[in-house]
Design a protein around this ligand. Structure first.
Ligand code: FAD
Length: 528
């Protein structure tokens, strides 16, 4: 009996899943065990490292994948809660020599690489002739290890550098596009599950007890003391919704895709729909692995073949190139998530953690409606537009509050549905003004934007602000981004007195931006 354990880490999908296709195509597997491991080290012992929206999205994604395995392959997704290292020791014990193969998707995150190398070593010692592979270019378009070990590879700092890196790995086809392989179709069938009872997977007392979706959901709800499935959400997790959103926003939507220029998209979402992004809104699905980046790339390419189209860095291909750039850097640059010993980060003497400022920022209580609406959207739905992320990260760091970018990064990490170690760190480095690819540190965003601001806020109806800050629902649009400037009579008529019903600005924005620019300059000189 040959059993292949299929460890799905960032591939919660059937389409373009090279790991699944490999398991289906090897003729010598009698059984395949598709496994997802929920690791308390990543999620928190009490799931406290993930916000409710993120947890819910994960459960929905697992549930969708499980349903697809059942329906298409008469199989199921085995969900295990525990330390992957210990789980694989149990697999080796329970399956013995019938555990002949481990297949998983490559992950460049440091703890995933460490776990994989530990598990490979330990299994090789325990099981003679076991085959172990981690497949690259599944979560990213590039094979990260192959790309960074190319003799001409240099850490990219710009889109021009990324263009060179793409051309090292891919030829151009007759249409002038990089010859990136088409996504793989889901396999027609896969080998059946092994005997679960024999491996104690159905034994509640075993470390390998496989949790059903309701059991996992109940455990999460009990630990966070909230019925997770009744928490608010906008994006529904899973490959099925990912593919539906791809179809709704991108596939065949030539006008939208070809004219997509990121800096022109509106940060306050779609008119009259305060939850619907003006960008694709696909990031939660790509980060969780419900949608492959290559599939999005190829769908854009089909539209581009129809006529004139935007170019990187502003186009959708440009967005995916940024994604590749941060993945490559996060692997090639040591201490990517630190400011010390990180060759891509200038050291700035930020203030100590300030509880009051952090609470106000995180809870949407700074008295700056743009910042507060964005942060309330984040904590409720787990998503925020890219320019909203620009506004709130600049405000927290070099703009107004002078807090370390790592504090903001951690709040994002907990709450974002699309939270991604490589991208979150890369973008915070970018916005804090400390990286070589950052915008100049002295270009600050005004947190009280006018219609001309590059933050592209909608300010005629200001529906987005009214939705997320109901306290300001009745304010005239003229004052909505700076309500403390409204005369007392208007504050009274609008049923919201600033300082009583909605906070006064936590800082004087003009004074702090001036002071912070000076501090930034000083730090640069001191820490040269
Ligand atoms: P679109 O504009 O429709 O782009 C399509 C896809 O391209 C996205 O889904 C995403 O996979 C990729 N992409 C777009 N912009 C970027 C970018 N700047 N960097 C890398 N990839 C990009 N994105 C994450 O996926 N995870 C994060 O943890 C994350 N943290 C961020 C933190 C900060 C401070 C900032 C400023 C940005 C962060 N981003 C992160 C990048 C970006 O904001 C989101 O990817 C984007 O807003 C997602 O929306 P969308 O899918 O509609 O994007």
């Amino acid at each position: 009996m040959n059993t292949c354990v299929l460890w799905l880490r960032k591939t919660l999908r059937l389409h373009d899943n090279a790991v699944l296709s490999a398991a289906a195509s090897y003729k010598n597997f009698d059984s395949v065990l598709p496994v997802y491991i929920a690791d308390p080290k990543q999620l928190g012992e009490n799931f406290e490292k993930y916000g409710p929206a993120r947890l819910r999205f994960l459960i929905e994604s697992l549930s969708d994948l499980d349903a697809q395995f059942r329906e298409r392959y008469q199989s199921r997704l085995i969900i295990l809660l525990g330390n992957p290292r210990e789980i694989f020791v149990e697999f080796a014990k329970n399956f013995g020599s019938s555990f002949t193969s481990l297949l998983c998707d490559y992950s460049s995150d440091p703890w995933d690489r460490e776990n994989f190398s530990f598990i490979s070593n330990s299994l090789t010692k325990k099981i003679k002739n076991i085959q172990i592979s981690s497949l690259g270019a599944v979560h990213t378009i590039h094979d990260i290890e192959k790309t960074i070990s190319h003799p001409s590879f240099k850490n990219p700092k710009s889109m021009k550098d990324m263009d060179k890196i793409f051309s090292l790995q891919f030829e151009k086809n007759q249409h002038g596009f990089y010859d990136i392989e088409n996504p793989i179709e889901p396999p027609g069938k896969i080998p059946p599950l092994p005997n679960l009872a024999k491996a104690s997977l159905d034994n509640k007392a075993s470390k390998l007890h496989s949790l059903s979706i309701p059991e996992f959901t109940d455990q999460v709800s009990a630990k966070i003391k909230t019925d997770i499935m009744s928490t608010p959400s906008y994006f529904i997790g899973g490959e099925t919704t990912a593919l539906a959103r791809l179809k709704q926003k991108v596939s065949g939507k030539t006008d939208y895709v070809n004219s997509f220029r990121k800096p022109r998209t509106i940060s306050t979402n779609t008119d009259r729909e305060p939850n619907e992004p003006t960008t694709t809104g696909l990031s939660p699905y790509i980060s969780t692995g419900c949608l492959s980046a290559r599939t999005l790339w190829k769908e854009c390419e089909k539209c581009y073949m129809q006529g004139n189209h935007a170019q990187p860095p502003e186009s959708l291909h440009g967005q995916l190139m940024f994604r590749e750039m941060f993945y490559l850097l996060s692997r090639s640059v040591d201490h990517w998530d630190e400011d010390r010993n990180n060759s891509m980060c200038k050291v700035i003497d930020w203030d100590e953690y300030d509880q009051e400022k952090m609470d106000a920022w995180q809870n949407g209580q700074t008295g700056f409606p743009l910042i507060d609406s964005m942060m309330r959207q984040l904590s409720t739905t787990g998503w925020m537009h890219h320019l909203g992320r620009h506004a709130v990260s600049c405000f927290l760091t070099r703009g107004q509050l002078w807090q370390h970018w790592k504090f903001g990064r951690d709040v994002f990490d907990k709450n974002l549905l699309d939270s991604d170690w490589a991208l979150n760190n890369g973008n915070w480095l970018w916005l804090a003004g400390v990286a070589p690819f950052s915008m100049p540190y002295f270009r600050l965003y005004n947190p009280c934007p006018d219609p001309k601001s590059s933050l592209n806020v909608e300010s005629k109806t200001a529906d987005f602000i009214r939705y997320w800050i109901p306290e300001l629902k009745k304010y005239p649009s003229k004052y909505i981004y700076e309500p403390h400037l409204a005369p007392q009579s208007i504050q009274s008529e609008s049923d919201c007195i600033i300082g009583r019903h909605y906070p006064n600005p936590i800082v004087d924005r003009k004074t702090t931006s001036k002071q912070n620019l000076a501090k930034f300059k000083d730090s640069l000189a001191r820490n040269k």
